[in-house]
Design a protein around this ligand. Sequence first.
Ligand code: MSP
Length: 647
Amino acid sequence: MTTYITTPIYYVNAQPHLGHAYTTIVADTYSRFRRLCGDDVRFQTGTDEHGDKIVEAAEKHGEQPKEYVDRISGMFRDAWPVLNVKPDNFIRTTDTDHIATVQSLLQRVFEKGDIYFDEYTGLYCKGCERFLTDKELVDGNCPDHQVPPQEIAEQNYFFKMSKYQQALIDHINDNPDFITPERYKNEVLSFLSEPLEDLCISRPKSRLTWGIELPFDEKFVTYVWFDALINYLTGLGYPDNEKFSTYWPVAEHVIAKDILKPHAIYWPTMLLAMEIPLYKKLHVHGYWNVDNTKMSKSIGNVVRPQELVDDYGLDALRYFTLREMSFGLDASFGADAIIARRNSDLANDLGNLFSRSTAMINKYCAGKVPEVTNDPADKALIDLAEKAASTYKQEMNTFNFHKALQAVWELVGFANKYIVENEPWALAKDEANTERLHTVLYNLAECLRLLSLLVRPVMPETAEKMAVGLGLSVDATQVSLLDTDKVWGLLESGVELQKTEALFPRIDTKKSEEKQPAKEKAAKKQKKAQKGEISKDGLMGFDAFMKFELCVADIVAAEKIKKSDRLLKLTVNAPEERTIVAGIAEHYEPEDVVGRQVIVVANLKPAKLMGVMSQGMVLAAKVKDGESERLVLSSVSEKVPAGTKVA
Ligand code: MSP
């Protein structure tokens, strides 16, 4: 069989965090699982790099859009190996082949008559990068971004989405697994029960240039979703590459609930118009909060993947996210919860089962997997192992990772009880029990072999350690293939165990407090954000200082402000032109300052001074001359380009 699994392509206006990490770990786990089942798998992720939001973010960082997107896209690419996530393809919407394919598909839909030109007035949310309907607003605000959308009237191109509404409803009804979990399918069907509006797919270049130009009108670029969604095709080399014919028929997309509408409505109707078969499945998950609070930069509780790996360990993080979130519902991340899972499920349950069992095989069987004899007393263990494997497969296939792991941990618990009930240390005391002792220890080793296989997609490193400890090579079919009919009894007697370190040393909660895991860090950050950053002794934190945007500006014009002895109105380039009102009129004549370079605070809130809007502040030294004070304008020691940052 074949599998094609994708994550959303992430916007490069923010750095990777727990939310992005979760979706990508899900896709990685599923791709590893399908590989274990013998599938030919392709897993794709990437970055979405066009649109207003990106230009805004680049400007904020004082970078050109291309320079900025290259940098942040690189951060996403680098985040995945940290999480042991191994995509087969990393796509970027600024890739030239993607741009060419988007243009050819736009042309096709345009020629078909499904794209038309019209004037539109609507409520546009910059955060969502789309027009919102009145119905979607909550107290006049966008429900996701809690800000009122802007009313925008402009001429644009529209995609006849409404033409495909009925075909989409029919498809959803005919294919019950098209959108899962069911609650999201119902949400989409309920939305489709009202007439669909057509989709605005362009932006005039006068408002946005950072996008893909429409092939039929060079004055426009395409709206981000029409560009972004097509990544799922271009990543397969659509239309000519054979990857497209191999993988597209089995395409499965993983997303969170925030981008349900674009994936469940825009995308399938676009595919219908393009006359390309629809994707096979859409898997929709909920949102991660942190300590039951929405993750947000302004609160300061955004959790980064690298920090989590450093604090809790890679496999513990992967396990925790998949075990803790019921796929489809929201979940809360907390330091206590992840430490509890690590210490209980991983160190106590799985780790102890592994170390006790291997220690007893070392002690009583000279470190070799013993012979096994069929004994009806072991039927319950074997039945449960077979049941766990089959439940696991079923739940992994339907994205119920938490249930799959529950089934596996039932087996872990049962195996630990099996040790207690069979008391191998007592059997070892009497040679007459050797056969039984060997059988019990074989069953434990076999159980560990099966467990190493089942946890492998979720915790690849741990699975490898377990396999190696059991004396198996990592690629041995017994620990690398799940598609066999026979679940139990694949471990061969006589195999020599290898020494391994403990799978999961416990996290000492006291020490971890000292180490300040994510929760404490977040709380600290939050406190800082709430309190302001100047401490009682008047000192400023580095972060606070970094918020100042200082840059070099060229003064290109200056004039006195009527009725004010103190103020000069300066026109500066920084590098864009802006007006700054400066209190230097008593010290400088307008003609003295034109042509000078000064240092300005560029991100000061605009304010009106004597009726003139000032967009920044010019820095100057205040020199005491006896009783009076003299201002000396700041500058840099050699001429530099206007807009150069001062840091
Ligand atoms: N660029 C678009 C997607 C285009 S796909 C053709 C976009 N990008 S995004 O950077 O905002 O990523 C949204 C996705 O990131 C969510 O759908 C989800 O996969 C992940 N998450 C971001 N924050 C999240 C949480 N707090 N919790 C869980 N996942 C979230 O939308």
